[in-house]
Design a protein around this ligand. Sequence first.
Ligand SMILES: [Zn+2]
Length: 120
Amino acid sequence: MKTTELMRERIQEFSRQLREEFGPLAVSADGCLLEVAEEWGVQLGDELARAVTEQALPAAAESPAEATCPQCQRLARWKGVRKRRIETRRGAIHVSEPEYHCPTCRRSFFPSDPRVGDGA
Ligand SMILES: [Zn+2]
């Protein structure tokens, strides 16, 4: 997805709202306003990147009640949700994955969405 002019305008407005809500940047006596502002911008950018990534992933709560067991190909039942930490280029995000249990194989498995990756 490419950043559009409308997206840039929304980000500018969001930045103004944050500045109004949280006040001016604190610069020490020997500090440089440009460095402080850039650092805050980088932190906000990283936070935004993590939020966008987390929200793009499918929610585990919307998973089907059954899934095919990768070992025996029979239906397995939804068991619950496993939380997992994934390191991205912009820091760690946390995702929830559905866990299923196969009564035939007597084991649990996580049919990860191929878009998520295996985290290895
Ligand atoms: Zn099985």
